[in-house]
Write a protein that binds this ligand. Structure first.
Ligand SMILES: [Zn+2]
Length: 404
C-alpha cells in the first residue's frame, strides 16, 4: 500500500520549484503593476553573521504583509537590503586582527580597516540568500540597497537635513549604559545579556552640613567614582528622618535604616521629615569648579528615594544616573562631565584623579582614602549585586549621559 504520509521535504521542494520555474513572484507583481503601491524595504540584516531562528521568525511575519497586501490588489515592491555598518562588523574585524584598543586600529590604518570591514560584510551572503529562498520569503534580492553605498547614505543625510530645517532636531543628553572600550551605548537587550554577580565596595559618606558643627548627612553609594561629580543630595517626602548623636558627631539619616547603618551606641536628638531637610546646604566633597552654582550642594526632594538600601539619602551625580539626570534637569543643576568617554577622570576632577580609569580598584581606593583623609567616610561595606558588563568585550558598563 502506498504511504499516505505527507512528505514535507518533497512538498517544499516541489512548491519552490513551481514558484521558480513559473516565475510566480514576478508574475504576482506584474499582474498588479497598475495597482496602488505598497512599498516594503526589508529591515536589513548584517551578512557577516549566520541567520538564526529569530531572523526566520521575523521574516515570516514580514512576508505575511507582502502577501496579504498583494492579495488585496496592491503592487507590493519588496526590496532586500544589507546592513553593512556598525559594531557587529567592526568587532568581527577587531577579533580577526586580534585588536583590543581603538588605537591599534588607527595604527593599522582606518582606510585599510574599513576595506577589510567592507569585504567581511558579505561573508554569509550566500547563506542568507539560501535561507530567504528556502523559507519562501518573496523579496527582490537582485536589487538590494546596501547601507555603505553613497546613494543610501546621501538619502539618510537628506532626510536628517529636512528634519533639521524644520527645527525638529536638538542636542541634549541621554543617560545610557555605555561601554567605554567599544565607545558605544548598549541597548536594553544587550545589557540584559551581560549581568554578572560582583562584590564591590560600597561607601557611606558623611556630607558636612554648612554652618553646623560636627553635623553630617549620611549617603551611600556603590559607585565611588561618581562622588567627584556629586552636586546634590535627594531625600524622600514620605521618609522619616532623624538626627542622631554618636561619638560626638551628629548624623542625619532615615529612621528605618538607623540600626543597619550605625549599629549601636547612638541617641536620637530629634526627628525630621524630608521636607524639613530641603534646602540644607553641605560642603562639597571635591573641589570641582565647573560644578559650582547657587543650586549646587543642597538637599532636594525626589520621588525615587526609598529606604530599601543605604541611608534614605541619595547622592546625586547628574551625569551618571537616569534619576540623577532628571532631577538635575528639573532643578537646573550644572551638567558637567567629571569622567570622559574613555571612562577616565578629566583634569577638573583634580590632579591626582585626572586620567585615571574610574573602575580600577586603585582609583576607587584613591577616592576612598581622600574621604578618610578629610574625615568624610563613615564606613565601607562589601556589597554583592548584579552589575552589567559589555557582552562583547566584558568591560563594566557605566551609566553615562551621552550627547544625543
Ligand atoms: Zn565593550
Amino acid at each position: 500500500m502506498q504511504s499516505l504520509m505527507f512528505d514535507i521535504k518533497k512538498t517544499e521542494h516541489d512548491i519552490q520549484h513551481f514558484w521558480e520555474d513559473h516565475k510566480i513572484f514576478e508574475k504576482s507583481l506584474e499582474l498588479r503593476r497598475n495597482g496602488k503601491r505598497f512599498v516594503f524595504w526589508e529591515g536589513p540584516p548584517t551578512a557577516n553573521g549566520l541567520p538564526h531562528i529569530g531572523h526566520f521568525l521575523t521574516r515570516v511575519y514580514k512576508d505575511f504583509y507582502g502577501r496579504y497586501k498583494t492579495m488585496n490588489g496592491f503592487f507590493v515592491l519588496r526590496k532586500a537590503g544589507w546592513d553593512t555598518h556598525g559594531l557587529p562588523v567592526e568587532i568581527e574585524i577587531e577579533k580577526e586582527l586580534g585588536y583590543k584598543k581603538k588605537k591599534e586600529i588607527e595604527a593599522y590604518g582606518i582606510a585599510k580597516f574599513n576595506r577589510k570591514a567592507k569585504e567581511s560584510v558579505w561573508k554569509y551572503k550566500h547563506e542568507w540568500e539560501e535561507m530567504t529562498r528556502k523559507m519562501g520569503f518573496w523579496l527582490d534580492m537582485d536589487n538590494p540597497y546596501i547601507t555603505y553605498e553613497s546613494p543610501y547614505m546621501e538619502s539618510i543625510w537628506y532626510i536628517l537635513k529636512e528634519i533639521w530645517d524644520k527645527g525638529l532636531l536638538y542636542t541634549a543628553h541621554k543617560v545610557v549604559p555605555y561601554c567605554t572600550r567599544c565607545g558605544t551605548p548598549l541597548s536594553a537587550h544587550e545589557v540584559a545579556q551581560g549581568y554578572k554577580k560582583v562584590k564591590e565596595k560600597s561607601v557611606y559618606i558623611k556630607f558636612k552640613v554648612k554652618g553646623q558643627d560636627n553635623t553630617f548627612i549620611l549617603a551611600w553609594t556603590t559607585t565611588p567614582w561618581t562622588l567627584p561629580g556629586n552636586v546634590a543630595l535627594a531625600v524622600g517626602s514620605q521618609v522619616q528622618y532623624v538626627y542622631v548623636k554618636k561619638d560626638d558627631q551628629t548624623y542625619i539619616l532615615a529612621k528605618d535604616l538607623l540600626e543597619k547603618v550605625l549599629g549601636e551606641g547612638y541617641s536620637i536628638e530629634k526627628e525630621a521629615t524630608g521636607a524639613d531637610l530641603i534646602g540644607l546646604e553641605y560642603e562639597p566633597l571635591f573641589d570641582v569648579k565647573e560644578l559650582q552654582s547657587d543650586k549646587s550642594y543642597k538637599v532636594y526632594e525626589a520621588d525615587f528615594v526609598t529606604t530599601q538600601d543605604g541611608t534614605g539619602v541619595v547622592h546625586t551625580a547628574v551625569m551618571y544616573g537616569v534619576d540623577d539626570y532628571e532631577l538635575g534637569t528639573k532643578i537646573g543643576l550644572p551638567k558637567f562631565h567629571t569622567v570622559d568617554e574613555q571612562g577616565k577622570f578629566v583634569s577638573a576632577a583634580g590632579d591626582d584623579l585626572a586620567g585615571k580609569y574610574v573602575k580600577d580598584k586603585a582609583t576607587e581606593d584613591l577616592i576612598i582614602n581622600k574621604l578618610i583623609e578629610h574625615g568624610l567616610l563613615l564606613k565601607t561595606e562589601e556589597y554583592e549585586h548584579d552589575y552589567p558588563f559589555c557582552w562583547r568585550c566584558n568591560t563594566p558598563l557605566l551609566y553615562y549621559a551621552k550627547n544625543s
